[in-house]
Design a protein around this ligand. Structure first.
Ligand code: PHB
Length: 391
């Protein structure tokens, strides 16, 4: 008798545990992913949305007993739209996370709302240093422009280049890239003879490339945001700058994996510094690239990796809080988190909430008929140099 009652009791327990876990699994945690799905930066939206979906496909949609729901909104890179969408996601959809942000002005527009609503803002793309300082609820999984620009400047100076012109997009990340490159290049004995800024919207690079050419530098350093590199390279080649003995060096945003194959043989040998190449030779990256290409039929770029790692950060933070969506608890859980990304080892700086990552110097090479950025030098665990200089 006793053993039968015991058995029934156990079965009852098992039943109620199963029922509880279904109830818990039906509690939904929403992530509002605001991306440029249309307009000039649409490739960034396409890459990050694909990566976020892939992360969920590979890791499941239930974390710490909560079902994850992704709500994707298109801001078409209009910051007022980003702010309105964020407001709606907070108030109407009751999201526990805001994420994405294809360009700096979009990320900045949402920071006051993140603070007010105590909702983590996960910056998966934008790269101006100051963004993380605009709210204690911002955490970044992308990069800062200074991280790659200082490495590019050091490399250029080390290889004997002495006279540079810089060409950057005329907004936050461009100013960061310009300042970081100049500071380091000059410190290493180089000279920057002209600093040119190209409009962000519908840029025509030709007059800027002409002015750069006329200044007779031995190198041109370039930053343009993801999606604009191919147009810049086309005009660089059309004006014959590739044959003028001027070395083009850039942040990896220009030698974007999303567009690299279309840039043609003129870019073979081009040097850039960045945090991700689809050719990064790790097991984690090979598995990531294979799964991504199988699901999407295009190559992941650095934006995809920022999105994929942003999802990882959200999942792991929820595991640490045991499913609690308290904003302050989630941010505390994210600080200091360390993991192996497709880009290599990364962590979230507990003091700044910004990403710490390897920066690689790479050269464009043809591998199995396709163009890739092949990494040949690694600078480990680079913090954002702008904030590091102040600490
Ligand atoms: C930015 O707006 O912060 C941004 C966008 C695209 C990039 C880099 C920075 O490739």
């Amino acid at each position: 008798m006793r053993s039968r009652a015991f058995a029934i009791g156990l079965a009852g327990l098992a039943l109620s545990a199963a029922a509880m876990s279904t109830v818990r699994a039906e509690e939904v945690v929403k992530i509002g992913l605001i991306l440029p799905m249309t307009g000039q930066q649409a490739t960034t939206g396409k890459q990050i949305a694909a990566a976020a979906r892939l992360y969920m496909q590979l890791n499941g949609a239930v974390v710490a007993g909560k079902r994850i729901e992704l709500i994707i909104k298109d801001d078409a890179t209009v910051p007022d739209t980003t702010r309105r969408l964020a407001q709606e996601l907070i108030v109407n959809d009751k999201v526990s996370f805001l994420a994405g942000f294809g360009i700096t002005p979009s990320a900045l527009a949402v920071a006051p709302l993140a603070t007010q609503a105590k909702v983590p803002e996960i910056v998966m793309a934008a790269g101006t240093s100051i963004i993380t300082e605009k709210s204690p609820f911002v955490v970044r999984t992308s990069f800062t422009l200074a991280q790659s620009s200082v490495i590019m400047a050091d490399w250029a100076a080390k290889t004997g280049l002495k006279k540079a012109v810089t060409i950057v997009s005329d907004y936050g990340p461009g100013y960061d890239a310009e300042a970081a490159f100049k500071e380091r290049f000059v410190r290493a004995g180089g000279q920057v003879v002209a600093s040119l800024r190209v409009p962000l919207q519908a840029p025509d690079f030709a007059p800027f490339l002409q002015r750069a050419h006329d200044a007779a530098p031995d190198t041109i350093f370039v930053f343009v945001p993801s999606g604009q590199g191919a147009a810049l390279i086309r005009q660089f080649v059309e004006r014959g700058l590739d044959k003028a003995g001027i070395r083009l060096v850039s942040t990896g945003d220009v030698m974007d994996d999303d567009q690299l194959n279309g840039m043609g043989d003129a870019i073979l040998g081009s040097i850039s510094a960045h945090m991700y190449s689809a050719a990064h030779p790790s097991a984690v990256n090979k598995a990531f690239v294979a799964a991504f290409e199988q699901a999407n039929h295009f190559r992941p770029n650095f934006m995809a990796v920022g999105g994929y790692d942003g999802m990882h950060l959200i999942y792991e933070a929820l595991k640490k809080t045991k499913g609690s969506t308290d904003g302050a608890a989630l941010i505390a859980a994210m600080k200091g988190m360390t993991w192996e990304s497709p880009r290599g080892p990364i962590s979230i700086d507990p003091d700044t909430r910004d990403i710490v990552q390897n920066i690689y110097v790479r050269k464009v090479e043809r591998v199995n008929g396709e163009l890739y950025n092949i990494e040949f030098e690694t600078f480990p665990a680079v913090k954002d140099p702008v904030k590091a200089a102040r600490m």
